[in-house]
Design a protein around this ligand. Sequence first.
Ligand code: MN
Length: 718
Amino acid sequence: MSAVRSLRKLGRAALLGPSPRHALPDAIEHVAKAHRAHHPGADLDALRRAYVLAESSHRGQTRKSGEPYITHPLAVTLILAELGAETTTLTASLLHDTVEDTEVTLEQVRAEFGEEVGYLVDGVTKLEKVDYGAAAEPETFRKMLVATGNDVRVMSIKLADRLHNMRTLGVMRPEKQARIARVTRDVLIPLAERLGVQALKTELEDLAFAVLHPEEYTRTRELIREHNAGADPLAGIAESVRAVLREADIAAEVLIRPRHFLSVHRARAKRGELGPCDFGRLLILVAENADCYAVLGELHTCFTPMMSEFKDFIAVPKFNLYQSLHTAVADTGGRVAEVLVRTHRMHRVAEAGVIALGDPHRAPGASGADPAGEAAAADDGRADPTRPGWLERLLEWQSHAPDPDTFWAELRDDLAQDREITVFCTDPGGPGRTAALHLPAGATCVDAAYARYGAAGHALVGARVDGRLAALGTVLSDGDSLQLLMAPEGTSGPSPQWLEHARTPTARIAIRTWIDACAEDGERSEGAGGQARTARPAAAREPALPPAAVPDGPPAVPGGPRRAVQPRQRPAAVAGMPGAPVRLARCCTPVPPDAVVGFAVRGGAVTAHREGCPTVARMTAAGRETVAVRWQDSGAGCRVTLHAESLSRPHLLADLTEAIAAEGAAVVSAEVEPPREHRVRHTYTLRLEDAGELPRLMRAMREVPGVYDVVRATSPQP
Ligand code: MN
């Protein structure tokens, strides 16, 4: 039932056919047959004439593979015919490379085939390198998108053209393969997705996957091969579903739809290991919309539904025309099958997207209009699907793009907007546990940390992407493997710069909240006259200062001027927990000599409240244990700033801060510079009770694995 598979088979048949010169009818026979299957009354004369012109003008040209050039436009046209494209598209598709590569002129095409065919051929004709140089590719895409704005069939042809070129990419040099695969991934696949052309999108994804991630591709292929060698339990579930639907008197086709390679790869990454039911989904096709819900009702009654998997894309269609019900059910043996339920029409639109909609210039309902297109367009008053909103917006901004580079960069960015990437996140400490994170394209390590750990993402201090150390702002790509290096919770926090790296609302909101809270803390503490023990977002570098550190110097308040805090004139609160930083609660702002009581909060810090504060009563009632806190004259001791030069590794920061705490020193502030060549410099400002303890402290720090030097800073940190 896979359209992709049947496309491949027919594509191969066309290529293996006899030489087109001597077998003209055979050469377009497949195209004609596929076309007639969707459009029984189609007039094939234009197709025949287009073939004759294309074949004669490309004659003598060969593809890189050595095959006659005409095999390419034929294969492209067959792809479109299979998806149900109407005759004008197919005519233009046969001619799509003539103006670019042969003596045929656009005027000639217009004269012989009419304005529409001329427009489509012009739309997909590349701009010359001679005229545009390096800008030829971006400018060609710009031109193509503008043409698509007037007639979406331009992009249909381009997508099919790219699919055939990707299928035959193997003859190219590896660098060229990778370059083409990247443009396919960044531009063509998102366009196919947005235009709803699932059949082209999935095959393009697998072809790009094979080029860009050959090892994962091979591993996935092996998994699928192993799976196919055994019995498919989905077959048994499909049989039970058929019986249930027969019993309920609902006419339905129940099919097993294998996942494509990239989908298997993603599913495996998401679930760790794949069960035998995970290599495909059940596809249930029915006649009417209402039947979809009837099927759903039976499924959810006769099997155990996994309600979290239920999605109604009929009531709430995706932006790209896609409609279906998604659910998952478990049979009596506990085997879970994912199920898609849709009508035949929805299925066709899901596979072929805008290609199923036919001629965009023909009013819906006009005679000869494509029946599927008519139904889709008339359905529910949705905006014209051949002129979707994203395309309007794209056409608007592209007209302001000052140069081809800007256009090209913005285009990929724009198309990435609602694309999702999957990165595979391994806990460095854990026993190789990997979680798949689904992030919007453009997401960085910062986004990944918050997606993985929620607000505890604040503790991010470093990251490895595909095994290599990476800056926190590194933009992740689909399929990256990621290790997030986390400080012990509460010892590190985000800097305002992180906002520049955060793309996801989750991360942005968490960071903003943190920074606002820090700023407010600083103000309150200062106003209360107590020594400010505030969290302090790092001003200059990431990762940030520990939130619970005790700044003796002026705290940097984001967005505000630095303000002086009188150092050590007032007693500070210290907890009965060695080394635990203390924050003065904002609800009651204790000042000496108030009696104070503390509660351990986030990552070992302690919040000090006045004894009579209602929060204390509430927290005690809630079973929270109090921590002894007292005021202390902090005039004693000394401050020192140390640089620790180390080889970067997971948990380094944690181990170093632990060694420091074990020596009885308090961390006032800490900074970690972005690693360079696997080396990293940590800078700590510490407070010691006694300067005489310094040599022992430095020795202890040098003994932390990975640390190769600890030196005193020549000037103290600000
Ligand atoms: Mn072509």
